[in-house]
Design a protein around this ligand. Structure first.
Ligand SMILES: NC(=O)c1ccc[n+]([C@@H]2O[C@H](COP(=O)([O-])OP(=O)(O)OC[C@H]3O[C@@H](n4cnc5c(N)ncnc54)[C@H](O)[C@@H]3O)[C@@H](O)[C@H]2O)c1
Length: 401
């Protein structure tokens, strides 16, 4: 094993980051850059090999390439084997937690990662969950899984939550500047986790519990989901009343009013997911009325594709061709401009909705080549060759002919 601790080394100087994705890799790289020895564990062998060669598997993330080049295979060692992390005294877990078809949290990947940590962690280890989870998950499920696998009891190890609040495309700068919170399942755990993070996160705040830390992240996601639903609703209303929404928004927004931008819906594996953590929990407790606004915002955001499909069809009718022959280009398939992520993308749903209605739909996305677009089940086109282009990020339709 290549990550043996050298004599006299400070125990918290060796940490493991479990999950080297869009969030985990930036954290691992920033920690390595701050001088820590980092063992990154990921099930993706290809990614692991790239990182150890100093190649960045997420090239679109600014500044990450420099850090991976400098530390990959050296202070940041990637591996597919949890055993290679057994010497680490801190484990940061940042793997996805998904929703099933019924919007209920699917903890299978997350549980697998937590249990794997439980099997290798030693007495005195500090485990920090960064994956966004329903409130109470760290102190209940994570604690149970870790203790079942390790045979240790809280106090012999430490457990905390520190939600990841970065945004893809701004990960490195956010880790260096954005306030990060950490909360323990008990006081000692909070303090231990805080001490570790302080070594590489400058703007760090200790909160009273893991549950509070978990809720902070969900609160932020719910705020954005509801705000985007409101923005889309105001946009539709303004349009109906013949008012320029963007002009009105510019002057309406100030310190106490921050209306977001309308959209085709809310995608990615964060914001459309987190409200469900609360909605489903309230459903279980038969308190669904407590989450009515969250539920409505989810519905409104998901329904935005219908609104845009209708608008696109109206525009198509301005073209002197039978409707089903009009070449429509949906420009922008990812959930957000410049981010190579298709998870929960409403732009995919929009393109499919138009296709399922028998329209002549093509797709263009600057993040993907023709082959990838075709792999996703769409026909590719250059925007200039379509009759009509709908830009899913600008929410603009352009008639080419
Ligand atoms: N992407 C964001 O902007 C963002 C922002 C805030 C919080 N988050 C949180 O971070 C979580 C992860 O997001 P991401 O964007 O990094 O996901 P991602 O899909 O980019 O990366 C997840 C990584 O985990 C690895 N993995 C899966 N199962 C594993 C296992 N059992 N052991 C080790 N590695 C495993 C995958 O191979 C992958 O590399 C999200 O579910 C969310 O809770 C994401």
């Amino acid at each position: 094993m290549w990550c043996m601790r050298v004599g006299g080394e400070n125990i918290e100087d060796m940490i493991s980051v479990v999950g080297l994705g869009r969030v985990g890799l930036p954290i691992a790289a920033v920690a390595a850059d701050a001088g820590l020895e980092v063992v990154g564990v990921d099930v993706d062998e290809k990614k692991v090999k790239m990182i150890n060669r100093g190649e960045n598997p997420i090239p679109e993330e600014p500044h990450l390439s420099e850090l991976v080049r400098a530390h990959g295979g050296n202070r940041l060692k990637a591996t597919t084997s949890y055993d290679d992390a057994s010497e680490c005294d801190a484990f940061i877990i940042i793997v996805p937690l998904l929703l099933d078809d019924n919007h209920t949290p699917d903890t299978s990947i997350f549980e697998d990662a937590v249990r794997s940590v439980g099997r290798v962690m030693k007495k005195g280890a500090v485990v920090v969950v960064e994956t966004t989870v329903p409130p109470g998950t760290t102190e209940n499920l994570v604690r149970k899984w870790l203790e079942e696998e390790s045979g240790l009891k809280l106090g012999e190890y430490y457990l905390a939550h520190s939600p990841e609040r970065i945004m893809t495309g701004y990960s490195i700068s956010r880790l260096k500047e954005f306030p990060k919170v950490v909360g323990g399942v008990d006081e000692q755990s909070g303090i231990k986790a805080f001490e570790i993070y302080k070594k590489f996160i400058p703007n760090l705040h200790l909160v009273s519990s893991a549950r509070v830390a978990e809720f902070i992240k969900i609160m932020e996601g719910c705020y954005r989901d509801v705000n985007i639903a409101l923005a889309s609703e105001l946009f539709k209303l303004a349009n109906e009343l013949g008012i320029d929404f963007h002009e009105a928004r510019k002057y309406a927004n100030h310190e106490y009013c921050h209306v977001h931008l309308p959209s085709t819906g809310v995608g990615g594996h964060c914001i459309p997911v987190y409200p469900w953590f609360l909605i489903k929990e309230m459903e279980k407790r038969e308190r669904l009325n407590y989450a009515r606004l969250l539920r409505t915002a989810r519905e409104l955001n998901d329904e935005m594709v219908n609104y845009w499909a209708e608008r696109i069809v109206l525009e198509c009718k301005k073209i002197n061709k039978p409707l089903k022959e009009v070449k429509i280009c949906i420009k922008g398939l990812t959930f957000r401009k410049g981010v190579r992520e298709l998870n929960h993308s409403r732009n995919i749903v929009l393109a499919k909705l138009l296709m399922n209605n028998g329209l002549n739909v093509f797709v263009y996305d600057e993040m993907f080549n023709k082959e990838k677009i075709e792999e996703l089940g769409f026909r590719w086109i250059e925007p200039k060759d379509a009759d009509i282009v709908f830009d899913t990020f600008e929410l603009r339709t352009i008639l080419n002919k």
